[in-house]
Ligand binder design. Structure first.
Ligand code: 9UX
Length: 95
């Protein structure tokens, strides 16, 4: 049965047919990305962000010089996403 854990979340499956579930908070964040000059750069940024656990959707735009990233706020942060992009050789900025 579902009962709140110390954080107030419901823990455990709500029924016998559902083996496990957890609540999560998803957010979509725009991250300015500098240094992308072709589709290969877009692919590189997309790949490094997609690989992060907790990232659910990535849409990188060369023309807009930005990445739109939807992610689970319990599992990954804007800081970690920006770190991954910067490690791949690109710049990021605050939205
Ligand atoms: Mo395109 Mo981006 O040939 O580093 S991949 S410039």
């Amino acid at each position: 049965g579902a009962r709140p854990d110390r954080s107030g979340r419901l823990a455990g499956p709500p029924s016998a047919s559902v083996k496990s579930w957890r609540t999560f908070m998803e957010t979509t964040q725009m991250i300015p990305v500098t240094g992308m000059t072709c589709g290969g750069c877009v692919a590189s940024v997309t790949r490094v962000v997609e690989r992060l656990a907790g990232v659910r959707k990535v849409d990188v735009s060369l023309a807009e010089a930005q990445a739109l990233v939807s992610f689970d706020t319990d599992r990954v942060s804007v800081r970690s996403i920006r770190d991954a992009i910067e490690k791949a050789g690109f710049g990021t900025a605050d939205a």
